[in-house]
Design a protein around this ligand. Structure first.
Ligand code: ADP
Ligand code: MG
Length: 291
C-alpha cells in the first residue's frame, strides 16, 4: 500500500485468549511513550478498543456503511486513552455472511478516507480473531497490509492449536509479500508448566517468544472499570509487563517465517507434554524447570 504510514502490526490468536486486552495495553503503553497509535478491532465481537474508551460502545465500520452512503472518519472512530484512535471493523448480521467482511470493508475505508496520511500514525495495531484463518481474517496478513504479526497464546492446547494454524497462514502468505511473524506473546502465565510449554512449542516452530504476561487479577479489575491496566493501575507490576512488551515490539523489527507442526507432529508434541505435566504433578519430577 503506497499510502501506508507507520508500523502496521497484526495481533492474532484464538477467541478469548486475551488479544484485545493485550493489544489495548500495548496501544496504551505506546501512546504513553509518545507515539501516535491507531487500533483497529478486526473481530466481529467489536469490543477490541472498549477498555481504551471507558467501556463505551463504538459504531462499527460495517454497521455505519450499511446505514449511510457517505461515511466520515468521525462516524467510525473515537479517540481513546492517550489519544489512541479507535476503530471497530464489525461483523455481519449473526448467522449471515462472512465474518471477515468487516475487515475488508474497514481496511478499504481507511485507505479511501486517507486516514493514515492525515493521522500520521507511528503504529497501527490490528486485533484479529484467529480461530479460523478464512480469507477474510487473513486480510491483515495478506498483501502487505501488516508487515508483522504476533500471535497470542496461553499454554492451553486449543490456543496452541490455533497458534499453529496461524503459523500455517503466515507461512503461506509471507513469501508473496504477506506479513512475517514477529513472535509469540505468552499470555495468562499461571501454572508452573505454562512458560516451558509455550517456549518448547515456539522453539519447535522456529519462532521467538517476545513476552510473558502473567494471569493477573489487576487485568480483571481494570476491565471492570472499562480501562487498560496502563490507565487504571499505572504503577502495578502488570503495567510494567505491558510496557516492556510494547517497547520490545517497538525496538525489535526482526521477523521470521514460522515452521508450523503438521498434524501428527503436533499430536506427538502434545502427548509428550501431557506426560511431563503428569510426572510433575505426581511428584516424579519435582521442578518444572528441570524438564
Ligand atoms: P480476545 O480478545 O482474545 O477474545 P480478551 O482480551 O477479550 O480476549 O480477553 C478475554 C478475557 O480474559 C477478558 O475478560 C480479559 O480480561 C481476560 N484476560 C486476558 N488476559 C488476561 C491476563 N493476563 N490476566 C487475567 N485476565 C486476562
Ligand atoms: Mg477481542
Amino acid at each position: 500500500m503506497n499510502d501506508k504510514r507507520g508500523k502496521h502490526i497484526a495481533i492474532y490468536g484464538k477467541g478469548g485468549i486475551g488479544k484485545s486486552t493485550t493489544t489495548s495495553n500495548i496501544s496504551a503503553a505506546l501512546a504513553e511513550a509518545g507515539y501516535r497509535v491507531i487500533q483497529v478491532g478486526c473481530d466481529p465481537k467489536s469490543d477490541s478498543t472498549t477498555i481504551l474508551r471507558g467501556g463505551n460502545d463504538l459504531p462499527t465500520v460495517l454497521d455505519t456503511l450499511r446505514e449511510q452512503s457517505k461515511v466520515r472518519i468521525e462516524d467510525i472512530s473515537a479517540v481513546g486513552f492517550g489519544g489512541v484512535l479507535c476503530i471497530e471493523a464489525g461483523g455481519p448480521v449473526p448467522g449471515v455472511g462472512c465474518a471477515g467482511r468487516g475487515i475488508n470493508a474497514a481496511v478499504e475505508l481507511l485507505h479511501d478516507l486517507k486516514v493514515f496520511e492525515e493521522h500520521k500514525p507511528d503504529f497501527v495495531l490490528y486485533d484479529v480473531l484467529g480461530d479460523v484463518v478464512c480469507g477474510g481474517f487473513a486480510v491483515p496478513i495478506r498483501d502487505g497490509i501488516a508487515e508483522r504479526a504476533f500471535v497470542v497464546t496461553s499454554s492451553d492446547f486449543m490456543a496452541v492449536f490455533a497458534a499453529n494454524n496461524l503459523f500455517k497462514a503466515i507461512n503461506k502468505y509471507a513469501p508473496s509479500g504477506g506479513a512475517r511473524l514477529g513472535g509469540v506473546i505468552a499470555n495468562s502465565i499461571q501454572a508452573n508448566y505454562s512458560r516451558p510449554l509455550i517456549d518448547d512449542f515456539a522453539s519447535h516452530a522456529g519462532v521467538p517468544v517476545v513476552g510473558y504476561v502473567p494471569r493477573s487479577m489487576v487485568v480483571a479489575q481494570s476491565e471492570l472499570y472499562g480501562k487498560t491496566v496502563i490507565e487504571a493501575y499505572p504503577d502495578s507490576e502488570q503495567a510494567g509487563v505491558y510496557r516492556k512488551l510494547a517497547s520490545c515490539i517497538d525496538a525489535n523489527s526482526e521477523s521470521v517465517i514460522p515452521r508450523p507442526l503438521n498434524g501428527p507432529e503436533l499430536k506427538k508434541w502434545a502427548r509428550t507434554w501431557g506426560d511431563r505435566i503428569f510426572q510433575a504433578e505426581s511428584g516424579v519430577v519435582q521442578h518444572m524447570e528441570s524438564i
